[in-house]
Design a protein. Structure first.
Lengths: 281, 420, 306
């Protein structure tokens, strides 16, 4: 704590500017949080109140106890899907990013553009053909189908990001390692990967929140409760043809951003512990 | 050699990791106890309500198990279209009734005419909904659940304005007068939902129908909105918005925004559906409100929008008899009264409209009465037609076009779509 | 001396190796390319095929040749949507970039508490688009919204602003909400990029007496070019494909003035069931985006590649 006070004294403008901007960013989230803690009849009351006149955890309880706690199953599904997607995206992107950056391959540009192009298409336009493929290979209603689709359509960003990161590493470093008798794979794993943690962390975060928040893919390709995700469960419950249940929508949002924010706080130290922390000497 | 092996091992590990988590998959069409499994897709509102009824059906010893998939209303069309296009449709569909003519026309549904004729209660089924399930003399879909629209008003506001809270506006003129009296510095007398096609269906079209106008011809092949009756209704709305300013100028208000405005006390009267009764009773115990039929023009009829769902069997299903058994069950008292009417959904059988739940809550009876006046257009191009309609009406409400010019533009737009 | 010769020798050998494509090298890109081919290119080819047909949901498909494409060029709504999307992209991209760049520079420090600020700026990214759009729609509401309440109470306006009532107000309002939502994402891309700039470069510049602005202009931006390129490309693509926020907040209205191109494709495909026509627009959109991204890549390519 004293170090924070010390730092504040020495970097006053840094902290003051950040606090002001943080407040601006937080206002809509505070509004969301405050709404989630109100009783329903207070939610749309006017004039708007930032502090709930009656505090209540009812909406959180409703979610938690819905159908004997089915949301813990949805939550678990989301965790499983997100974990596997993040692993496969980070892994495949790193390999490919390295390949596109450092290796000599025929049709490299073509492949790279093909991969990027997956980012440039409205996903809805591929819905019907993709659904047919998944049906033909018998993957409808499986987690695997979701993971494959997430991975394919998150790869453009991942590969691009990783290629950039490997591009920034001097080619001489790789050559030196190869000269020392290290194989391509060892060079990749032992020399290169430790230098691109910030990029890998970024890709992991991107993959995590994209998967976690996905709605369309999980809805269309997963039919049964055992592959239903948290986001689908919450949206289904909070937003209906008969209007928005603000209490459930906002408490659901608060519940569902927490895991990703925790992951972010855990990973953000890698944003800074990259090359500057001295692997390259 | 080692390096290649290492690489391969990594790939294999990655692949196994991917495949390993595929175990969450589920078998199809045969459950552990040998029941035939049928899928039923419905919008989340009705799917959620019938959870218990489906469970009761499944626990019967008839060898049938129904799996309900609840789909958010906004995504229903994406999901259903994708499934039909990929030839992997659900066995049974509870479909937004407005879309039923299209799906019947492309041959998505099984012809149920004979089975329908054999129903003992076939004459009790809601006739306007049956019409939407019919095509070229064949019955493809049957009524399943029903929503209609009516006027909801805040009784406290009526008292504030010196109006009698027990005599809601009966005619257009009264609506206009009351709205003027109810409007204050921080309150609007009346709000309609001009933001979406569905909103206009619910809150504006009944004024056209009640006045004797129509959007389309009965067979859905020509525009009929360019009529004095429709222009008069449109003029009435633009007067409320532009001349009297008793309703906000925002023509993009959504249905749920109008409801939120009502519960926040910023608005005294809205048009909404039967489902709000349950919501208001439960969540806003202090809100004193009344329900009335949508006002009619002097010397004309009341009207209402007939929403809800029809139920149909996909042509591709192997289990027609089983699916039909479920549909018959869905039209019994167990579902129509115990699952639906208890939650404010109007039963689609006339002999169930008078039921204990509606007797307990007189407000539902107003909706049940509104159902007699309810209307919905028959068209296979509902969404596409609604684009010029929504666009033209918004131009009229906002004063950009006169009602006369707006209906001409709408009419042309509709005919363009129909003749394409 | 000996090591120098050795190195030279090995470099020559290395160069030889470089000219030969090793099979093992393919394994690096194989998983990515395989997934891409099976689950993107293959379904896309089907979309491409659909674009030459009148393709209803079920039943007979009619081959039309190029007439879907010629029809698009005569379709007024297509062009309205096209220009609206372009306007939105031009408004939101610089907004996001400038704010994200400033934030990235601001928090690229190792001070206690900085993790908290980073998490705050990133938090909106994590909230799903549906929830954010709905909450902001509420904030912007003319009858019971928070924003109008303060504008009225502070005497800034006399009548509530109908933010979603007209394209001229809904476009900036939605751009603002998207900037709030997406700046944190661009920020972490840039933050990761900033890590690849060796601190020595800045130290050297400081010794030479360069000002902060000069350091940003002459060191940070040039060395950050690849990350800036990535950030801009992703953000331009995201804006051009923008859809959900408009679907929820304006429904494309009033009178179709805020219907983005993807919203229109969605309507044609899943609302009007003209899958062929929707596919044809998708193909055009993809071509436009590939060209746009290629230009951006060329302009902002890594100096090392030139």
């Amino acid at each position: 704590m004293s170090s924070l006070v010390e730092a504040f004294k020495n970097h006053k403008s840094f902290y003051i500017i950040n606090i002001i901007i943080s407040l601006l960013f937080l206002l809509p989230i505070i509004w969301t949080l405050s709404t989630s803690l109100k009783i329903t009849s207070d939610i749309t009351s006017y004039p708007p109140k930032w502090i709930p006149p009656t505090f209540s955890l009812d909406h959180y309880k409703t979610i938690w106890t819905f159908e004997n706690g089915i949301f813990s199953l949805y939550f678990l599904n989301s965790v499983i899907l997100t974990t596997f997607t993040v692993i496969s995206v980070v892994f495949i992107s790193s390999l490919a990013g390295y390949g596109f950056s450092k290796l000599k391959l025929p049709f490299k540009t073509l492949f790279f553009i093909m991969i990027l192009a997956a980012l440039m298409i409205p996903f809805q336009s591929l819905l019907i053909p993709l659904y047919s493929i998944m049906k033909d290979i018998g993957l409808l209603n499986t987690r695997l189908a979701l993971i494959i689709i997430y991975t394919t359509f998150q790869l453009p960003f991942g590969v691009f990001m990783m290629k950039n990161a490997f591009d920034a590493i001097p080619t001489s470093l790789r050559e030196a390692a190869l000269i020392d008798g290290s194989s391509e794979y060892k060079t990749f794993l032992r020399v290169m990967v430790p230098l691109v943690w910030p990029a890998m962390a970024t890709v992991a975060i991107f993959s995590a929140y994209t998967t976690w928040n996905d709605f369309l893919v999980a809805l269309v390709f997963g039919v049964n409760d055992n592959v239903k995700t948290l986001n689908i469960g919450l949206t289904n419950m909070a937003i209906g043809q008969y209007g928005t249940d603000w209490g459930l929508l906002t408490s659901g949002s608060m519940i569902s951003i927490l895991p990703i924010i925790i992951l972010f706080i855990f990973l953000q130290k890698y944003f800074i512990n990259g090359i500057t922390s001295g692997s390259v000497k | 050699m080692f390096n290649k092996k290492l690489g391969l091992i990594f790939l294999i590990v990655a692949f196994l990791a991917l495949v390993g988590c595929a175990s969450g998959s589920s078998g199809e069409n045969s459950s552990s106890d040998g029941d035939k499994e049928l899928s039923l897709w419905a919008r989340e509102a009705s799917a959620d309500l019938m959870g218990d009824a489906v469970e009761a059906f499944n626990s019967k010893d008839n060898g049938i198990k129904i799996n309900v998939k609840s789909i958010p209303a906004d995504n229903f069309s994406d999901q259903l279209a994708t499934a039909y296009a990929s030839e992997s449709a659900p066995d049974i569909v509870a479909i937004d009734l407005i879309l039923a003519p299209y799906y019947s026309s492309i041959g998505a549904f099984k012809d149920l005419s004979e089975r329908y004729e054999s129903l003992s209660f076939k004459d009790e089924l809601n006739q306007s909904m049956l019409n939407l399930g019919e095509r070229e003399g064949k019955q493809y879909a049957l009524p399943y659940s029903s929503d209609v629209s009516a006027l909801i008003y805040n009784k406290d506001h009526f008292e504030d304005a010196g109006l009698d809270p027990d005599s809601p506006p009966e005619t257009w003129q009264e609506l206009r007068d009351y709205a003027n009296q109810l409007t204050t510095d921080d309150r609007f007398g009346y709000v309609y939902s001009g933001g979406s096609a569905g909103g206009l269906m619910f809150t504006f079209m009944p004024y056209v129908w009640g006045n004797g106008g129509a959007v389309l011809s009965d067979d859905g092949t020509a525009a009929e909105i360019n009529s004095p009756e429709a222009i008069e209704a449109l003029q009435f709305f633009t007067d409320l918005t532009q001349t009297d300013k008793v309703t906000p100028e925002g023509v993009t208000t959504y249905v749920n925004e109008a409801e939120d405005a009502f519960t926040s006390g910023k608005v005294s009267m809205i048009v909404s559906g039967n489902y709000v009764v349950g919501k208001l009773n439960e969540d806003y115990p202090d809100l004193d409100y009344g329900v009335a039929l949508i006002p009619r023009n002097e010397g004309k009829e009341h009207s209402s929008f007939s929403g809800g769902e029809l139920i149909a069997i996909s042509k591709s299903t192997e289990y027609v008899d089983e699916a039909w058994e479920f549909i018959e069950y869905a039209l019994t008292e167990d579902v129509q009264v115990e699952a639906f009417a208890s939650n404010g959904i109007i039963p689609v059988r006339n002999d169930f409209v008078e039921n204990k739940y509606f007797k307990e809550e007189p407000k539902y009876q107003v909706f049940a009465e509104a159902a007699n006046y309810a209307n919905a257009p028959y068209t296979t191009k509902y969404n596409e037609l609604y684009n010029p309609i929504l666009s033209g009406l918004q131009k009229a409400f906002s004063g950009e076009l006169s009602p006369e010019d707006a209906v001409v533009e709408i009419s042309d737009g509709i005919n363009d779509v129909l003749n394409k | 001396m000996k090591t120098a010769i050795n190195q030279k020798l090995l470099i020559i050998r290395g160069q030889k190796k470089r000219n030969k494509v090793k099979l093992g090298s393919f394994l690096f890109i194989l998983p990515a390319v395989a997934l891409n081919l099976i689950f993107f290119i293959y379904p896309f080819l089907q979309t491409l095929r659909m674009s030459f047909y009148e393709w209803p949901l079920m039943g007979e498909k009619t081959y039309l040749g190029l007439s879907n494409f010629t029809q698009i060029f005569l379709d007024g709504q297509f062009w309205t949507s096209f220009w609206f999307t372009a306007k939105y992209t031009l408004m939101v991209t610089p907004l996001i970039f400038i704010i994200a760049f400033s934030l990235a520079l601001l928090i690229n420090k190792r001070l206690p508490g900085v993790a908290f600020f980073r998490a705050v700026y990133f938090a909106p990214v994590v909230i799903s688009m549906v929830s954010s759009a709905l909450v902001w729609l509420w904030i912007y509401n003319d009858l019971y919204g928070v924003l109008n309440y303060y504008l009225l109470n502070l005497g800034i306006v006399n009548d509530p602003i109908l933010w979603m009532g007209h394209a001229s107000t809904s476009l900036p309002a939605i751009s603002f909400m998207i900037t709030w939502k997406m700046a944190g994402f661009t920020m972490i891309i840039l933050l990761a990029g900033l890590q690849s700039i060796p601190t020595e470069t800045y130290e050297a510049a400081s010794i030479d007496g360069a000002s902060t602005l000069k350091k940003i202009l002459y060191i940070t931006i040039p060395m950050l070019k690849p990350s800036i390129g990535l950030a801009l490309i992703v953000s331009v693509i995201g804006s051009v494909l923008g859809f959900e926020q408009f679907l929820i907040m304006t429904g494309g209205g009033p009178s179709n003035t805020t219907t983005t191109i993807v919203h229109y494709i969605y309507n044609q495909s899943f609302k009007y069931f003209h899958f062929g026509y929707g596919s044809a627009m998708t193909v055009i959109l993809l071509i436009v985006l590939v060209v746009l991204s290629y230009i951006q890549l060329r302009v902002l390519r890594n100096p090392a590649d030139q």
